[in-house]
Each structure stands twice: as structure tokens, then as C-alpha cells.
Write a protein that binds this ligand. Structure first.
Ligand SMILES: [Zn+2]
Length: 465
């Protein structure tokens, strides 16, 4: 059998098309020619468009999707750690990209906290070369400071010319206000966002989980909500001073959501993201008590959620899982547009990085392959509508960073995700394409599965193959 991409024209038909970039939500079809969207709309319109083209019947293919499936723009992730160069035991660009394709992502932006750090043209070019044949588009983020050590700015202008999509010292904050001001001043004329991991290190110290009742109960060092909010407030003052584009990574507290809401109201050029785990899980998971939005949603649809283990190091993430009140504020922020994007903060680690005492374990969750299904739990219980979810995974992140992605408009790259929002499956990290098996969701039954991922008109992932 010929591969779909061997045909000159491919029609995807028979399912719901959901493209928030053009307010489209209904049954329809789309036509792919030369790796781009050539037509989208009713099946009749798409057939009519095809008949205008000089493409013989043997060069055309129609792929009818099973009833109930959804065709959406390929997902865009503004925050992933691919670990290469330097930490290839945790992940490589190839395995991370494969995990992304399986998760329905077609564009991912990778953080520079590798070894060496992406702070020079040479390292950037190495990453771009390694990403060339990946099944997803990879937009590298360059470091703000050389070596991410917070002292001296990287060659921001040169790195921008060489194709980075943003600047960040993610993994750590930019502690110096003076350096942050300079970074914003350099980034402003380049039109690229400065992305902050908001964490006041003096205040957070060696905190390993949210500071509150549960950290006291467990005897673990706390990471207070104010540690995020103090840094975000400082940054917003510097954005007001410089007028530069600023993006707050992985918001985790109700107070941070309110700060971004006020900043947007004021007209500051600020955008923000939230991760699936901060929307869905609470600090109680660290104590083995699985409460919060995901557990509530699963219980409501009749999926049993058994207690977890106390001190499960797969719940250790930075910023930490917070309270149900914070989850509710993050969801409200996502719904009202205060928070632009859902980003995975995919942070793969080896088993040994996590097989130790809670305080010693590495921070992070391997998230690319569970993002969609975990988030769909909120849709199944009507806390979030599917169009908002898809927008937060497609057009909203693309617009936030001005990326050529996140839409099925005619002329756009044919980067497409087809998913079944209802298919049930059990999370088994042994089956992940990612080398990172570190997820607190192991063994849970989730509903929603990516069936196909297309990149530039090529089928790069098909479930079951
Ligand atoms: Zn971070």
C-alpha cells in the first residue's frame, strides 16, 4: 500500500473539524496539497476545490476518519526539555520529538538548560541539525545568560538571527533585576519574548514542595506561593519600564494569575502558560492523597482513582503542585484568556534521578504523551469546553510567540492532529516513546487518544502502528 504522502492530494474527511483560529467547529473536510492546507470546509467545497486542480484520480486519496474523531491543528508546546546535548540518558531530540508526535504536538519549543547550555551559535546549530529530520518542528529557546549562570547576557542578537524563538534561563530564574532589565532591553527590538521561570531563590531556598499544611505534615521543606509571585511582580515592573515582550512560564498560584490579569488589563505585552499538572493535580498527591480537579473529574465519570504512595517522587515538580484553590484560579485564568497557553514543561528524567528520597529527587514530569488525555478529563465533566482546550494548545500559543503554526487556514502548513476524545487507555510509561518514564499518572485510566499526527502533509504518527 502506498503511504498517504505519496499522493499529490489527500482529503481528510468524515469527522468534526475544530480550528479555533478561524472559529470553525463542525463536520467537514480538508484538502492537503504540497504539504499545505489547500481547502477546508464542507466536503462538497473541498471536492470542488480538488476538481479545479490538475491532479489525476490515481494521485488522490481520501482518508475517512472514524465517527467521533476530531481534526484539529497540530498542537504547539511552548515549553519542553529535550535534554540534548548533555543529558541523553534522560531524553534525546529524537525520542522527545517522537513523544511529541504521539501526543499530537507538531511544534515544540525546547529549553536551553542542556550541557552545554544553548547560549552560543555553535550549540544552537547543533540542536537545529539534530532537529532537522524530527517528526515535529522544533523551535529552540536560547539562554538569557551565558551558561544560565545569571551573570552575563548571551549573544542575544546573534542567536535571534540564527533562529531562536525566545530567550529563557528556565530551570532557574534570572535573579538579578539589572540583568533582567538588560535582557528585556535587548529582546525588545528583536521582537522575541523573554521567558521567566518565576522563583525568588532567597525565599524558596531548598523547598521541594508547596509550603502549606501538607509540607508540614510530611516534614518536607516548603516552596511558598509568594516565591513565584514576588519574582513575577518584579518582572512586570521591568516590563513596564522597558516595554519588552515577556512570557511567564508555568504559572502555579492564584496570586500569579491575578498579577498577569492586572498586567494585561494595563496593556503590558505579557503572556503566560500553565501546565496540565498544575491545572489538574494538588500538593495532596505528594501525601498519596489523590485529590483535585483530575481526581474529581475521573470520579465523576466513574473511573476509580486509588490512593497513591506517600513521597512519590514523580509528584516532585518545579514549581510544585499547589492547592485546589490554585488549580481553580489557573482554570479560571485559562478560560478568561489571562493564561494564553497550555505548555507541558515536559521534563524527562532517568529512573535513578527519581529513585531516591523526596528531597534528593530531580524535579519534573514527563508530560508530552499524557497532556491531551489528562486535560480532556476537564472537558468530559464540562469544566472546560473543547474549543477552549484546543485553542490553548494551538492558536493561542502560536499567537503568543508569533509562530507559524496552530491553524488550518488555507495556505498554512498541513500540521494536523486527529484525536478520539473518548477512547479509554491506561497510562503505562513503559510504552512511552519518551525516555522519561516519570509520571504520577501511571495506572490511571484516561479518555482521549491521538489517532494521527501530520506534519507538513506527512503522516508522522498513526496509533496502532
Ligand atoms: Zn521552569
Amino acid at each position: 500500500m502506498r503511504e498517504p504522502q505519496e499522493y499529490a492530494a489527500i482529503i481528510l474527511a468524515g469527522s468534526r473539524i475544530l480550528d479555533p483560529s478561524q472559529g470553525m467547529d463542525g463536520s467537514g473536510a480538508l484538502l492537503i496539497v504540497d504539504g499545505r492546507i489547500a481547502a477546508i470546509g464542507s466536503e462538497q467545497d473541498v471536492e470542488a476545490k480538488l476538481s479545479e486542480l490538475d491532479i489525476g484520480p490515481e494521485q488522490r486519496m481520501t482518508l475517512r476518519q472514524p465517527a467521533g474523531s476530531v481534526i484539529a491543528p497540530g498542537f504547539v508546546d511552548l515549553h519542553a526539555h529535550l535534554r540534548q546535548p548533555g543529558f541523553e540518558a534522560k531524553e534525546t531530540i529524537a525520542t522527545g520529538a517522537e513523544a511529541a508526535a504521539r501526543g499530537g504536538f507538531t511544534t515544540i519549543c525546547c529549553m536551553p538548560n542542556t550541557q552545554p547550555v544553548i547560549d552560543s551559535r555553535a550549540t544552537l546549530e547543533y540542536v537545529l541539525r539534530a532537529a532537522e529530520n524530527a517528526p515535529v518542528r522544533i523551535g529552540p529557546i536560547a539562554a538569557i545568560s551565558k551558561g544560565e549562570d545569571g551573570h552575563e547576557l548571551s549573544e542575544m542578537v546573534e542567536l535571534a538571527q540564527a533562529g531562536v524563538v525566545a530567550f529563557s534561563d528556565d530551570g532557574r530564574p534570572v535573579a538579578s533585576s539589572k540583568l533582567m532589565r538588560s535582557a528585556l532591553e535587548y529582546a525588545a527590538p528583536l521582537g522575541l519574548p523573554v521567558v521567566e521561570h518565576c522563583q525568588d531563590e532567597d525565599l524558596v531556598g531548598g523547598g521541594v514542595m508547596h509550603e502549606g499544611q501538607i509540607s508540614t505534615l510530611l516534614g518536607l521543606k516548603g516552596w511558598p506561593a509568594e516565591g513565584e509571585e514576588v519574582m513575577l511582580a518584579r518582572d512586570l515592573a521591568l516590563v513596564r519600564l522597558t516595554g519588552a515582550k515577556y512570557h511567564a512560564a508555568h504559572l502555579s498560584t492564584a496570586g500569579a494569575v491575578e498579577l498577569v490579569r492586572q498586567a494585561k488589563r494595563e496593556g503590558l505585552p505579557v503572556t503566560a502558560e500553565v501546565t496540565p499538572h498544575h491545572l489538574l493535580l494538588t500538593d495532596a498527591w505528594v501525601a498519596g492523597e489523590r485529590t483535585g480537579p483530575l481526581a474529581d473529574a475521573l470520579a465523576e465519570i466513574g473511573v476509580p482513582v486509588l490512593p497513591g504512595e506517600r513521597y512519590d517522587t514523580d509528584t516532585k515538580v518545579n514549581p510544585p503542585l499547589r492547592t485546589a484553590k490554585d488549580c481553580a484560579a489557573l482554570l479560571a485564568g485559562l478560560r478568561d484568556g489571562t493564561i494564553d497557553a497550555i505548555a507541558t514543561d515536559h521534563a524527562p528524567h532517568t529512573l535513578t534521578d527519581k529513585a531516591c528520597e523526596y528531597g534528593e529527587a530531580a524535579f519534573g514530569i514527563s508530560g508530552l504523551e499524557t497532556a491531551l488525555a489528562s486535560l480532556l478529563a476537564l472537558v468530559h465533566v464540562e469544566r472546560l469546553d473543547l474549543a477552549t482546550l484546543v485553542a490553548a494548545l494551538t492558536v493561542r500559543p502560536a499567537r503568543a510567540w508569533n509562530l507559524d503554526a496552530g491553524t488550518l487556514k488555507v495556505g498554512a502548513h498541513a500540521d494536523i492532529t486527529v484525536f478520539d476524545p473518548n477512547e479509554a487507555w491506561v497510562v503505562d510509561p513503559a510504552r512511552f516513546a519518551s525516555k522519561g518514564k516519570n509520571t504520577p499518572l501511571t495506572g490511571l485510566t484516561l479518555h482521549g487518544r491521538v489517532r494521527q499526527t501530520w506534519l507538513g502533509g506527512k503522516l508522522v504518527y498513526a496509533a496502532g502502528n
